[in-house]
Structure formats: C-alpha cells, structure tokens
Design a protein around this ligand. Structure first.
Ligand code: MLT
Ligand code: MN
Ligand code: ZN
Length: 302
C-alpha cells in the first residue's frame, strides 16, 4: 500500500493567514527554517493508481497535484475513489464540497461523523446539490472493505476506533465515534497504516492497537498543553481542544516512543508548534525518540 502525506498542518495551515506567532514569522521570513505546510490529509492506494483520501482539507485542490500522473483518455477523470473521514471538523471535511465537480463521490465514516456533516455543518447536503454522494457507514470496531467508485473491491479495509476528544464546536450532539483512529489495512500484505490526526489521549488499549501498525500517523497538533494560552492566542489548553500534547511525561512522544511500528510520524501540526522549526530542540527531541515530523509530500510504502 502506498501512503502520501498530502498536508501535515492543523486547521489554518502553516503559516496561518492571521498569525504572527514566532513559528509563523519564521515560515514567512525564512521558509527553509520552517517549511510551509497545507492542512492535514493523506492519500492511500493499494495499486498506486487508484487513490482514497484520508480526510479532505480546504487545500485539496492543490494537494491532488501530488498524486502520480495518470494517462487519461477521455475529458474527465476523478482521481479520488473515496474519502475516509476521521472526524467532522472543517479542516477535514470542507474539501468534500470542493470536490463537488466529481459527480459521484464516496464518503466513508462513522454514523456520528456522517450525521454531523449532514445536519450540523451541512457539508453533505451542500455537496449533494452538485454530486451524487454515496455514504458508507463504518460501525466502530468492524473491519469494513473499501470499494472503488465502480463497486469493485480495492483490497483495502478500514477499521475505526473511537478516541478521546471533543466533537466539533458546531456539533449539536456528543456521540461516540465523533473522532476516530482509522486503521487502514492492505488485505494482500496484512499491513496496516494507523491514521490518527486528532486524539485527546492515549490509553493502554489504543496504544496496543497502534503498536500493531506498520505506519503510524499521529496527532502532532501541540507541543505543550498550554501552548496557545502562553502565546495569548486562546484560553483553552490542548486537552480541552481534543489534542494530547507531545511533550511531558504524559505526552504522546513518551507514550509512542516505545511502540514497535516501523515508522511513526506526526501530522496535523499546529502553526504554533516549535517542532516545525528545523534544528530546534523540540525537533531534535522528536527525532531522538525515533519519530518523524511530517512534511507535505512525504511518501511511504507498507
Ligand atoms: C481541531 O483539530 O481541533 C479543529 O480542527 C479545530 C478547528 O479548526 O476548529
Ligand atoms: Mn483540526
Ligand atoms: Zn502562528
């Protein structure tokens, strides 16, 4: 299975349009020291030709240019076979509306996420005004085979596990499955990519599941729990925003560094996170723990 990191920044991208925090300043002044990033999304494919998206970001149009070129005989070609959603946040779902020209789209998500985009953000009905949208409900804990748009099997299964966190601010209900870890498995090799761009905490059960993955893509939003408070940007700690911080004894770096996954990568990195700075002590700490700070365009094969 091929996995491409299409975007590795959290909501707002990096640098964020209205932000002049220290990291955003570096990204503008000297991008070689802190490389700009688009909002988090992945593409994955069993054959390297037909691709699914993991979340659809507002940057999806530019991001699709990172997929390998294909020879197209006709006048139209939809390079996305389906979109797997791990939550209903705007940075992960607005791209669905932007793919409305696709005529036939496939959305794969939990009942909670599908309900939220149907009733609360209305991303689903807005898209349905332009395109036929086939929704595939994934029950928590059940490995669900993915099909291509023509109905043929893709050789990939998805299993979703609810993770700690909060539903989007605009969600009118809090339901189990509003935010999930997606386990993407290539059935021919049996190898799994665990895609977890939003996660509010790591318990023993989730850790042991993540440990079985060959490739782990994990929530790298905040370095510290009080990151936005210290910068005077927000009064909410990371924990109140559904993101476990990276640093500290209870942080994700300490928890994930013991896992046996072949590759462990942070994605969904907020613009304030100091590990975005090349050569920073925070970057060095991540790498010393055997993890990778994700960058747009990174490719993995599992
Ligand atoms: C999040 O990751 O917590 C959300 O995307 C926040 C937001 O952009 O509103
Ligand atoms: Mn987000
Ligand atoms: Zn910033």
């Amino acid at each position: 299975m091929h996995v491409i990191l299409l975007g590795t920044a959290a909501g707002g991208g990096f640098p964020q349009w209205n932000c002049w925090c220290p990291t955003c300043r570096i990204a503008r002044d000297d991008p070689s020291r802190a490389r700009p990033r688009t909002q988090s999304s992945i593409a994955f494919s069993a054959d390297g030709v037909r691709w699914f998206l993991g979340n659809a970001s507002p940057d999806v149009r530019e991001q699709l240019a990172q997929l390998p070129r294909v020879d197209v005989a006709g006048v139209r070609h939809v390079p996305v076979e389906g979109i797997v959603l791990t939550d209903a946040e705007l940075d992960h779902t607005l791209g669905v509306t932007l793919l409305r020209e696709g005529r036939l789209l496939q959305l794969i998500a939990t009942p909670s996420v599908l309900r939220t985009i149907a009733e609360d953000s209305r991303v689903l009905p807005v898209t349905q005004a332009f395109a036929v949208v086939q929704t595939v409900e994934v029950a928590l804990g059940e490995a669900t085979p993915l099909s291509y748009r023509d109905g043929t099997p893709s050789g990939i299964t998805i299993e979703m596990k609810a993770v700690r966190g909060d539903p989007p601010r605009f969600a009118r209900r809090e339901e189990v499955g509003h935010t999930v870890a997606a386990f993407i498995t290539d059935t021919s090799s049996g190898k799994t990519c665990a895609f977890v761009p939003g996660c509010g905490g790591l318990g023993p059960k989730l850790l042991s599941r993540l440990n079985e993955a060959e490739l782990l893509l994990f929530d790298g939003t905040f370095w510290t729990n009080d990151e936005l408070i210290r910068l005077g940007i927000s009064d909410r700690p990371a924990s109140a925003m559904g993101h476990v911080a990276i640093s500290g004894p209870e942080g994700s770096l300490a928890m994930l560094s013991d896992l046996d996954c072949r590759q462990k990568v942070y994605t969904h990195i907020n613009n304030t996170n100091p590990m975005l700075i090349e050569g920073s002590p925070e970057r060095a700490a991540v790498e010393a723990a055997g993890m990778i700070v994700g960058m747009d365009g990174m490719r993995f094969e599992i």
